[in-house]
Design a protein around this ligand. Structure first.
Ligand SMILES: Nc1ncnc2c1ncn2[C@@H]1O[C@H](COP(=O)(O)OP(=O)(O)OP(=O)(O)O)[C@@H](O)[C@H]1O
Length: 205
């Protein structure tokens, strides 16, 4: 599914024992939803794109291969958010730089989160609060490409609407988003294209 215009993100022959080869382009400002049964290889695809899982083939950002960049440089621009994001400090606040504070509080407010939650112990937060804070953390990295693995699975409908509005504003600013979602409604609301993955093979709906 490669396209002719310059893509923000490209996959060429990207594959592992768990899926592929994947060949596709995603444009700046485009959202692609990835759907498919449990175990189909959706997370593996995102993790290969973020250079977090071993793979053959390559991913490129505006034509620049991930092989030509140190992994941390690639991962700072192509950010993967796991379905169950990891936290390595006691509070969310400790995961942010001071310079990010204004952005973090603004983004938390957009997601319906009180800034006081930043200083709560992560373990005491609700699953939905942690999930939204993970989205704040992903966005604070200012990625060019955001790879989201079921980012709203734990959220109520109002919180889902807030998260989707935020993602739409990111798309309007030129971010590319790939989102794994089991919700056909969410895919329809957010995505310009839907990829269907089954047993590691990709088709476009
Ligand atoms: N490092 C690994 N070692 C062994 N098996 C793996 C590894 N990584 C992924 N797999 C297998 O690859 C398959 C795809 O896993 P993946 O997590 O991508 O599925 P998924 O489509 O995201 O599923 P779900 O919707 O349940 O999250 C699964 O069968 C999984 O067990």
């Amino acid at each position: 599914m490669p396209s002719t215009s310059a893509a923000l993100l490209s996959a060429r022959g990207l594959r592992s024992p768990f899926g592929g080869p994947f060949d596709f382009d995603v444009q700046a400002g485009e959202c692609v939803a990835i759907q498919g049964p449990s175990g189909a290889g959706k997370s593996v695809l995102l993790r290969m794109l973020a250079d977090l899982d071993p793979h053959e083939g390559e991913a490129s950002l505006e034509g620049r291969s991930n092989k030509a960049m140190p992994a941390p440089a690639w991962r700072s621009q192509v950010v993967y958010q796991a379905a169950e994001p990891a936290w390595w400090e006691a509070t969310a606040a400790e995961h942010f730089e001071d310079a990010q504070r204004a952005f973090v509080e603004r983004t938390m407010s957009a997601l319906g989160l009180a800034a006081a939650l930043l200083d709560s112990e992560i373990d005491r937060l609700s699953t939905g609060e942690r999930q939204r804070l993970a989205l704040v953390r992903s966005l604070a990295a200012q990625p060019r490409v955001l790879l989201l693995d079921e980012p709203t699975a734990a959220l109520d409908p109002e919180a889902v609407a807030r998260a989707e509005a935020l993602l739409r504003s990111c798309l309007a600013q030129g971010m590319a988003i790939l989102i794994v979602t089991h919700s056909a409604e969410q895919a329809g609301r957010l995505a310009q294209r839907i990829f269907h993955l089954d047993r590691g093979r990709l088709t476009t709906i």
